[in-house]
Design a protein around this ligand. Structure first.
Ligand SMILES: C[S@@+](CC[C@H](N)C(=O)[O-])C[C@H]1O[C@@H](n2cnc3c(N)ncnc32)[C@H](O)[C@@H]1O
Length: 253
């Protein structure tokens, strides 16, 4: 997650003193920004490797007043209520950028230009651990993310908010519409869909917007164009906001 985007989401959707949770915390960007803004923030991460980096990130950036507000716990987002313990039911805001069901890892351009793999396999999907949802595809991904959104609903207070950040990707000529899938899964988990915002991946150059796509997005687009597919560059992330409705409201819908 881009730190500026995490910060903006925390400012827009929570207030100082509230409890913010990121169930797939990665290197802790959301937790860090939330604590810096005076929220209590708890991040859950499956992998010891990212958990360690997230803690180092918090230790490095946060000052003595905000560091105690931030916490990283090791665990599986599918078991969020158990991992949060007595905080479950009291969360005001869940912010997360889920794994994208794609295999982008560390790009090694020099290796690629000399005929090797662009993305060494050991760096893909966040780790080699098959339990990491970065490895999940198709049905397995959908079922796992459905469990995670249900777990998010279970830990939020009634009226609490879920905000997701996803990016639509392209592979083998097909668009994976992760934003649409997320709306579907979150609604099934009992959330009401509030809003879709677009976070542009662009910078302002003398008053003009200059796209800042990822190298992977650019490569996929060039291949699609070479095959004659009239695709356009995706240079935004989708920010989706949902409210946790009560069970009665969800049933009535
Ligand atoms: C897109 S990254 C999140 C990045 C994070 N928002 C940041 O800015 O640092 C997704 C993270 O989900 C983690 N993950 C994958 N499966 C998980 C699971 N079942 N439970 C918790 N975390 C998981 C991955 O290890 C990875 O760190």
């Amino acid at each position: 997650m881009l730190p500026e985007l995490a910060r903006r989401i925390v400012v827009e959707y929570s207030e100082a003193g509230q409890l913010v949770c990121d169930p797939m915390a990665g290197i802790g960007t959301t937790v860090l920004e939330a604590a810096a803004l005076g929220r209590r923030a708890v991040g859950i991460e499956l992998e010891a490797r990212w958990e360690k980096i997230a803690r180092a990130n918090l230790d490095h950036v946060l000052d003595a007043a905000s560091r105690p507000l931030a916490e990283i716990r090791r665990g599986d987002a599918r078991r969020l209520p158990a991992v949060l313990g007595d905080l479950a039911g009291n969360v005001d805001l869940v912010v997360t950028s889920p794994p994208y069901a794609c295999d982008v890892g560390n790009l090694d351009k020099s290796h690629w230009q000399s005929g090797g793999d662009l993305c060494p396999s050991a760096t893909r999907n966040y780790s080699t651990d098959r339990a990491n949802l970065g490895h999940a595809r198709g049905e397995r991904y959908r079922f796992a993310m459905a469990d995670i959104y249900a777990a998010c609903h279970a830990v939020l207070r009634p009226g609490g908010l879920l905000v997701t950040v996803t990016k639509n990707t392209r592979r083998s000529g097909r668009c994976l519409d992760l934003a649409a899938l997320t709306v579907c899964l979150a609604e099934r988990a009992g959330f009401s869909y509030l809003q879709h915002s677009v976070a542009l991946l662009a910078k302002v150059n003398d008053g003009d917007l200059a796209a800042r796509p990822s190298f992977f997005a650019l490569t996929q687009l060039r291949k699609a164009r070479a095959r004659g597919e009239p695709c356009h560059l995706v240079c935004h992330e989708d920010v989706l906001a949902f409210v946790a409705t009560s069970k009665e409201t969800a049933d009535a819908r």
